[in-house]
Design a protein around this ligand. Sequence first.
Ligand code: ZN
Length: 457
Amino acid sequence: MSDCTASSNSMGSVFSTANNLLLIHKEEYNNLKTKILLLLMLISNTAIAETLIHCPRLIDGLSDDSFETMTIRVRDKEIVGITKGYEEGSKSDTLIVLLDSTCMPGLIDTHVHISSELSPKRYENRFRLDPQDYAYASIPYAEKTLMAGFTTVRDLGSAYNLSISLRDAINKGVIRGPRIYTAGKSLATTGGHADPTNGRNQSLTGDPGPKQGVVNSPADARKAVRQRYKDGADLIKITATGGVLSQATSGQNSQFTDEELAAIMSIAKDYGFKVAAHAHGADGMKRAVRAGIDSIEHGTYMDKETMRLMKKHGTAYVPTIIAGKFAAEKAAVDGYFSDLVRPKAASIGPQIQQTFAEAYKAGVWIVFGTDTGVSPHGDNWKEFGYMVEAGMPAMETIQSATGMASQLLGIEDKLGTLEAGKLADIVAVAGNPINDISKMGQMRFVMKEGKVYRHDQ
Ligand SMILES: [Zn+2]
C-alpha cells in the first residue's frame, strides 16, 4: 500500500501537473467546441435554408394540366421539391408569396438577336458605329429580355460575335440578362442573307470569307464551323435561303449547295454543335432538312412535302410570326426599309402565321422563337398570342417555349420544366394565361438560377 501510496504520491505531482495541463486544454477545447458548433450551425443553416414559393397556379412545362395551390422549394440554384398546398417552411427559409398568378418554367426564346434592334437607321449605322457601340446598346436589350420572363435565349446571329461576349458577361454577373446560347456570326454564301457586306459601297466591302461567315465551298464551310468553335459559339446558324432584311433581291432562293450543307453538318457533329437554318423558300428548306439540320427558322413558304420531311427527320420548326408581322407593318411606312427590302417585307412578312397554322395542323414539331431584334426586345411574349390566334392551344404555346425549347437546345436535363433537380428558373405571370394568353405580357416574378430578378407585388 505504502509503496503504492508512495508511488502514487511520487506520481502525484506529475499527475497534477498533467491534470492542470489537461484542465487548461479542456477549457480551450470547450471554448473551441462551442465556437465550432456555432459555426457549424451557421453553415448548416445557410446550406439548408430554402426559398419557398407559393404559386396559386403552376404550369410545369410538360403536363397538359396546370396545378392549383403549389409550393416550389428552391435551395441555392436548384429546385429541390414541388408540393401540393402552401408549405410554411422553417424560420431560416425565405417565403415568396405570389398572389393571383401562374408560375411556369423560365421562358426560352429559341430565336433572338440579342445584340441588335431593327431601326430605319440600321444601314447608315453600319458605317458610323463601332462594335463597342453595339455592345453597349445590347445591355438594355438583355435586361428587357430577362425582365419579360425569358431566362434563356438562343441567339441566332450577331455581328462581331457580340453575343458571345455578352453571354460571358452575363454568366459572370457583370450584366443582367438571360442565359445565352449563341451561334455567334451566322454563316452565309457570297451575297447571301448573312453576308455582312451586302449593299455596301465597294471600297468598304473587301472579300469576306469563312471567318466573317461567308463560305463558297465545302472547304470554306468546314473552316467556318471550326472558326465558330474557336470563337466560342455554342451552335451554328446558316442562312439556307435568301432573307427579308438583307440588301439582296431574293428573299427565298436556295443559297447553299448540298455539298456545302453536308460539310457543315459533318463538322458540326464533330464539335457537338446543333445547326439552325434560316429559310423562307421550300427548296432550300428541303436541302437543309435532308442534310440533317436541327431547326428551320421562319419556314415561310414551307410546302406539304417539306412538312412531311421535317416530321420524318424530327426537325423543329421555329416560326417567328411576330418578326413577319412587324416587318410587314413597317413595310407600309415610307423610308423605313430600302427599296430592295420593302417589297420582300410586304410579301413574306404576313405569310408566316398562315404557314405556322398549317404546320401545326400537319403535326410538325413547333418550338417557340421570335427573331426578336427585328421586333423590339421585351416584346417576345407577343408571339404567344399570334400562335394561339393561329390555332395552337395556349398550354402548347407555353410548352413550346419551355419543355420543347429545352429539347431543341439539348438542355432538357437542367432547364425547361419545373421539376426537382432542375435549375431554379421560375417565372410567374398575372392571372391565368390559359384563359387569356395576353397575360404572358404581364410578368410579375422572374427567378434565374435561384436568384430573384423581378418581383412585382
Ligand atoms: Zn433571325
